[in-house]
Design a protein around this ligand. Structure first.
Ligand SMILES: [Zn+2]
Length: 375
């Protein structure tokens, strides 16, 4: 759906339509969610709505066979997508339960995801309770007083090529069951089996399909905010905070992290200055907004290392959040440093720290004023 003001900026929704077997949850719960978002925004369009940025609705094939469909699409159009995609919103198996939401995303999207969650009513809860209220009850961070969002996306769904090749700031979410009710298992037990059937969903997961409706509203609202807001609702400060948390996790006495700590401090200062500069932006001046938004788009892209993680893993290009060699399933922070620490070779550890410093310094230069990027 072509945008009216910024047609060359894309907000992308995507779901894979193939499945291991019958796939009522993975991926049919996502396919119907994508169709519902498409139906509603299509109706809005008939009623006169014209998006500011372009919206793309993608139905992928062959995800279960190695994420082939979305990866080949991204590889073929990587120059176009690398220049233009704002965010990729992944809808894989979004209804695995009916209790609360789980979210994985780029730190840049943290605040806007929380805002979107306040606009949608929770499924199977008393009236007026939003998914934010329920989320805070079940995944609350007692230090920040905010809900918990897992930073970074792994390598096991269609966000993969958008993270590693496009470099957009991406999102994935699912409605989950309450693990406390089910022996603290962390995955719905019928995952990828022949028992993923319509009757299983109807009888056990979402009897009146309100979790499906809720997740569609949540992802739809988030996509529309990303599409319609003049100044992109990305928060660069969240990366500064994330860096500090990641450093705390990997820091140990026998390794010198001083250059990394300095780079993170400089990043924080550049991010702070950048946010301050947004205050007097003239929103009547489209060029001013566009220039500022382009800086917001460039930041995440600045974390892509064209060489990836060397010869073994050349496709893992995002240097901050990507699976480590020692943990392939989910994304971890500074994976190349933690892999080197596991390896125990001091020279290699120093080398990996230096590479991360290079990328953080490269990224902070994209946030600076146009005539002062070297300062
Ligand atoms: Zn799937």
């Amino acid at each position: 759906m072509k945008g009216e003001i910024e047609p060359d900026r894309y907000v992308v929704f995507g779901n894979h339509r193939d499945a291991w077997s019958l796939g009522a949850v993975d991926s049919v719960s996502g396919t119907v969610t994508l169709l519902e978002v498409t139906r509603v925004i299509g109706q809005m369009y008939k009623d006169g709505f014209r998006p500011r940025r372009s919206l793309m609705f993608c139905s992928w094939g062959a995800e279960e066979y190695g994420i082939i469909g979305s990866t080949e699409y991204v590889e073929e159009y990587v120059k176009v997508l690398g220049a233009r995609v704002v965010s990729y919103l992944n809808i894989d198996a979004p209804v695995q339960g009916n209790y609360t939401i789980h979210v994985k995303a780029s730190p840049m999207l943290f605040d806007i995801i929380v805002e979107a969650s306040k606009m949608v009513l929770s499924a199977y809860d008393p009236p007026n309770q939003t998914i934010y209220d329920k989320w805070m009850k079940s995944h609350w961070n007692n230090i920040t007083n905010k809900p918990k969002i897992r930073y970074g996306l792994g390598s096991t769904s269609d966000y993969y090529a958008f993270n590693q090749l496009v470099g957009s700031s991406n999102f994935d979410a699912a409605y989950q069951f309450n693990p406390a009710d089910h022996g603290n298992i962390d995955m719905y037990p019928l995952y990828h089996t022949s028992y993923e059937t319509f009757s299983m969903v109807k009888n056990f997961i979402d009897p009146d399909f309100t979790a499906h409706r809720t997740i569609a509203q949540f992802i739809g609202v988030l996509g529309l905010i990303l599409c319609e807001t003049n100044i992109l609702p990305f928060n660069v400060m969240r990366y500064a905070i994330a860096f500090k948390q990641l450093l705390n996790k990997i820091e140990q006495n026998n390794i010198d992290f001083a250059i990394l700590r300095n780079a993170i401090n400089d990043f924080e200062k550049a991010a702070n200055d950048f946010v301050t500069r947004s205050k007097p932006l003239n929103i009547e001046n489209p060029y001013e907004i566009r220039a500022y938004n382009d800086q917001l788009l460039q930041l995440e892209r600045a974390f892509l290392n064209p060489l990836g993680q060397g010869l073994d893993y050349p496709d893992y290009k995002h240097v901050i959040f990507v699976p480590a060699k020692t943990n392939q399933y989910s994304a971890s922070g500074f994976p190349t440093i933690s892999d080197a620490i596991v390896g125990g070779n001091q020279t290699e550890i120093n080398q990996e720290i230096a590479i991360i410093v290079y990328f953080i310094r490269g990224a902070l230069s994209t946030l600076k004023e146009f005539d002062k990027f070297m300062a």
